[in-house]
Design a protein around this ligand. Structure first.
Ligand code: NDP
Length: 264
């Protein structure tokens, strides 16, 4: 599976597994199945209330782990990370993200300053953000001179974020796609199904291969061993120009599924 070099020089696997809505009680089993299948990156968050199970599932593996700072802890990021580390059962995370800019609170710049210190202390090996628009990225960069390594954003064939992606690419920020399968909805799209038939692969594999072909990091969530195995194998699928053009045409201004970052 492909690796991506972050702007701090560290290496992150491009393909990972999401764990939103995986209950804490099942997280150890699902994460262990994912690691056994070949996933080397696992995405969680304090907000998912499953860090204990995720940590248990990761025990004994050297997979890359990401967790996130929830919105009500922007003034309290060091304690919040300590709490996440205690639940995960480790001394550091590979990547710590501010989950949402939450602009109405106006505290994300001060949270970012704390994340910079947490990286210096080694508790967070790399630091980044999630759901930040260019204007939020500019604010944290101007305030600290430290460019987030990653911005994890909603990104799937119906919401391709072309403008933000190109802004981030110029700034050296890796885009990581959340809800990369459109929470499953995109898998029945006729264009995706046709490409899947052409290659003798599944629709989920086509969509994951599309993210990887664009140089994105991608974290599909799967609850079953079959889906996990299918998603891990997507890294081997190479799409052609015609496939990429057909998927590019699915982009829509109304394609957003999750919340607007300005409203969170
Ligand atoms: P996804 O786009 O990853 O879709 C998940 C859905 O797709 C599930 O219903 C899953 O079913 C189904 N699925 C997965 N693999 C297959 C397959 N091979 N064939 C058919 N169906 C499949 O949605 P998520 O919203 O979960 O996003 C992924 C991850 O992104 C989250 O888990 C989380 O880690 C992160 N995220 C981050 C956010 C942020 O604000 N930073 C917001 C939202 C998500 P099943 O479970 O039955 O396998």
């Amino acid at each position: 599976m492909t690796d991506i070099t972050l702007n701090d020089g560290r290496i992150m696997p491009a393909l990972g597994m999401g764990t939103y809505k995986v209950p804490d009680s099942q997280a150890a089993m699902v994460v262990r199945a994912g690691v056994d299948t070949g996933f080397r990156l696992v995405d969680t968050a304090a907000f998912y209330h499953n860090e204990r199970g995720v940590g248990e599932g990761l025990r004994g593996s050297d997979a890359f782990v990401t967790t996130k700072l929830w919105n009500d802890r922007h003034e309290d990021a060091e304690v919040a990370l300590d709490e996440s580390l205690a639940l995960l059962g480790r001394d550091s995370v590979d990547l710590y993200l501010i989950h949402w800019p939450s602009p109405t609170q106006g505290k994300f710049v001060s949270a970012w300053k704390t994340l910079v210190k947490l990286r210096e202390s080694g508790k967070a090996k790399s630091i980044g953000v999630s759901n930040f628009l260019a204007r939020h990225l500019e604010r944290v960069i101007d305030a600290t001179g430290v460019v987030p390594a990653v911005n994890q954003i909603e990104l799937h064939p119906r919401f391709q974020q072309v403008e933000l992606r190109s802004w981030m690419e110029e700034s050296g920020i890796v885009a990581q796609s959340w809800s990369p399968l459109g929470q499953g909805d995109i898998l029945s799209d006729s264009a995706i199904v046709a490409i899947a038939r052409k290659h003798g692969r599944s629709p989920a594999q086509v969509v994951i291969a599309w993210h990887l072909a664009l140089g994105l990091s991608v974290i599909p969530k799967a609850g079953s061993p079959d889906h996990l195995a299918e998603n891990a194998a997507a890294a081997a699928l190479v799409l052609d120009e015609e496939d990429m053009a057909a998927i590019a045409a699915l982009d829509s201004e109304d394609g957003r599924i999750g919340p607007d970052p300005m409203s969170m």
